[in-house]
Ligand binder design. Structure first.
Ligand code: GLN
Length: 467
C-alpha cells in the first residue's frame, strides 16, 4: 500500500475506507523492520499498543463515521515519541544507559493529550543522551543516520524523530528544543519542525534538560500538519506552572513584514544554505510580504551564554539520577553528560558565579531585548537554521566545541523563549536537505504557521520520502 503523507490524506483515506488504521500500522512496522537497521531512528517499538490503538480507531470509525474526527482531531495519526517523553508502561531511556531499563509509572501531559486526540503510538525514538548533542551521535545506544544519505548525520538531539518522519516510519513525531534540537534535525532531514514559545506546551513528564530553555514541540511533513498537532498539545494542564493559555500574538497589520537579521548571514555561512534561505524569503516577498533588514546585535554572544546557562541547569537537573531511586548509577553517565555536569557546577560555584552565571544572565536579557526591538518593527524573522547542510558522521564527534557551534543560529531563540518553525526549502547539489526558520514574538505561532503555509502553497510543496 502507498502510505498517506499528511494528516488530511490519512483521515480522508480512513473515512473513504481506502484503508484501515490496522493496515497503516502494519505498513509502518514493516517499513521500520526493513529499513531501520540502517538508520536507527527507534529505540523501542510499541507494536502491541499500536495494534490496540489502531483497532480502537477502526471501531470508532465503524460506529460513528465522520463524527469521530470532531471528537478526536488526530484520529488515526501515527505518532513517534522522542525517548525523553515519559510513557506509562513503555521503557523511556532519554538515550542514556542510566535509564536503560526505566519504565515510567505515568505519561507526560503531551503524550496523554496526543493519545486522547486519537493518535497511534508506533514507538520511542533515538536521541542524543539527555538531549545533549546536535548530531544524534551522542546516543548511548547507537547513532541515528540521515535517511537521505546514511553517511551524514540527521542532526540532534531529536535525531530519531526527525529521521522517522523523513523515512516515513510515522506521520508525526515529538521532540524537545533546548538549543535547537527540533529545528536543526528538521532542517537536516528535510521535514517541518516546530519549537513552540517557552510556556506554550507543558513540560510535565518530559525528562528535563535545562528548565528555563526546554520547549516541547514536534515534527511533521507539512506546516499545516504541524499546526494541527500544536492545536492539541498546547495549553495549561495545571502541572507545569510556566504554561499559560495565552491569546495568540497578532500581526501588526495585514501586510506582514519579515526581518532578515544581518548577523545570521555572517562569515562561515555555507553558500548553498544562504542562497536557499534568500530564495525562500523572495517567495514570501512575491506573496506580498515586505522584507526588511533587522539587526540582533548581541547574537555573537548567544552561544557563550547558552553554554553557561544550559550546563548550569543540566548540572542541577541531572542531580536526581543517583542510582538510588531509579535507574543505574552515576558511572553510567557518558562523557558529554559528565562534561556538562562539571561545566555547570563550575559556573555556579561560589567565586565563579558572578563572573560566569550572573554575567550570562545579564547578556541573556540583552538578547531578549534584541528580539523585542526587532519585533517592534517586524512580525517575524526569517533566517538559516544551521550554518551548513548536514555534516558527515564522525566529522565533529570528537570535537565538542565544533559540535556546540552547530547551534549558533538556533540558541538565541531558546534564550529569548520565542517560537521557531523550521521549514524545508530544497536540496543541495549533493542531494542533502536545506531549509530555513521563521522566528516570531512570544505566542505568535499562528503567524508563523500562516507564513509557512503560504510558502508551501506558493511553492506547491509536495512532501518527499527519503527511502
Ligand atoms: N545541540 C544543543 C546542545 O547540545 C541543543 C540541544 C537541545 O536542544 N536539546 O545543547
Amino acid at each position: 500500500m502507498n502510505l498517506p503523507l499528511t494528516i488530511k490524506e490519512t483521515q480522508a483515506g480512513l473515512m473513504g475506507k481506502k484503508f484501515k488504521a490496522a493496515e497503516i500500522v502494519r505498513e509502518y512496522l514493516e517499513r521500520i523492520k526493513k529499513h531501520d537497521q540502517g538508520i536507527n531512528a527507534f529505540l523501542t517499538i510499541s507494536e502491541e499498543q499500536a495494534f490496540e490503538a489502531a483497532a480502537k480507531v477502526d471501531r470508532l470509525l465503524e460506529n460513528s463515521g465522520k463524527d469521530a474526527f470532531s471528537q478526536y482531531p488526530l484520529l488515526g495519526v501515527s505518532l513517534a515519541l522522542k525517548d525523553l517523553f515519559l510513557t506509562k508502561g513503555i521503557r523511556t531511556t532519554a538515550g542514556s544507559k542510566v535509564l536503560e531499563s526505566y519504565v515510567p509509572a505515568y505519561s507526560a501531559t503531551v503524550v496523554t493529550k496526543l493519545e486522547k486526540a486519537g493518535t497511534i503510538l508506533i514507538g520511542k525514538t533515538n536521541c542524543d543522551a539527555w538531549a545533549h548533542g546536535a548530531s544524534g551521535e551522542n546516543s548511548d545506544f547507537r547513532p541515528t543516520k540521515n535517511p537521505w544519505q546514511p553517511e551524514f548525520v540527521p542532526g540532534g538531539s531529536s535525531s530519531g524523530s526527525a529521521a522517522a518522519i523523513a523515512a516515513n516510519f510515522s506521520l508525526i513525531a515529538t521532540g524537545t528544543d533546548t538549543g535547537g534540537s527540533i529545528r536543526q534535525p528538521a532542517n537536516f532531514c528535510g521535514v517541518v519542525g516546530l519549537k513552540p514559545t517557552y510556556g506554550a506546551v507543558s513540560r510535565y513528564g518530559i525528562i528535563a534538560m535545562a528548565s528555563s530553555l526546554d520547549s516541547v514541540g514536534h515534527f511533521a511533513r507539512t506546516v499545516n500538519d504541524a499546526r494541527r498537532v500544536f492545536e492539541v498539545t498546547k495549553g495549561e494542564d495545571g502541572l507545569d506552572s510556566t504554561v499559560k493559555n495565552a491569546s495568540p500574538q497578532k500581526p501588526k497589520s495585514s501586510k506582514l513584514r519579515i526581518g532578515i537579521p544581518r548577523e545570521y548571514f555572517a562569515q562561515g555561512l555555507d553558500k548553498e544554505v544562504e542562497k536557499s534561505v534568500f530564495t525562500a524569503a523572495h517567495v514570501l516577498e512575491k506573496e506580498g510580504v515586505e522584507l526588511v533588514e533587522v539587526s540582533l546585535p548581541h547574537t555573537k554572544y548567544a552561544i557563550s551564554v547558552y553554554y553557561i546557562v544550559q550546563p548550569a541547569e543540566v548540572s542541577s537537573n541531572l542531580g536526581r539520577y543517583d542510582g538510588i531511586r531509579y535507574g543505574n548509577g552515576r558511572n553510567s553517565f557518558g562523557a558529554e553528560a559528565k562534561r556538562r555536569i562539571m561545566l555547570g557546577s563550575y559556573v555556579l560555584s561560589s567565586g565563579y558565579y558572578d563572573a560566569y552565571y550572573l554575567k550570562a544572565m545579564k547578556v541573556r536579557s540583552k538578547i531578549i531585548q534584541d528580539f523585542e526591538q526587532a519585533f517592534d518593527n517586524v512580525d517575524a524573522i526569517l533566517a538559516p537554521v544551521s550554518p551548513t547542510p548536514p555534516f558527515a558522521l564522525g566529522e565533529k564527534a570528537d570535537n565538542p566545541l565544533q559540535m556546540y557551534l552547530a547551534d549558533i543560529l538556533t540558541v538565541a531563540g531558546n534564550l529569548a523563549g520565542i517560537p521557531g518553525l523550521a521549514i524545508p526549502s530544497g536540496f543541495t547539489k549533493k542531494g542533502l536537505p536545506l531549509g530555513f526558520q521563521l522566528l516570531g514574538p512570544r505566542f505568535s505561532e499562528e503567524t508563523l504557521f500562516s507564513l509557512g503555509e503560504r510558502y508551501q502553497q506558493s511553492t506547491d510543496y509536495q512532501p518527499k520520502v527519503a527511502i
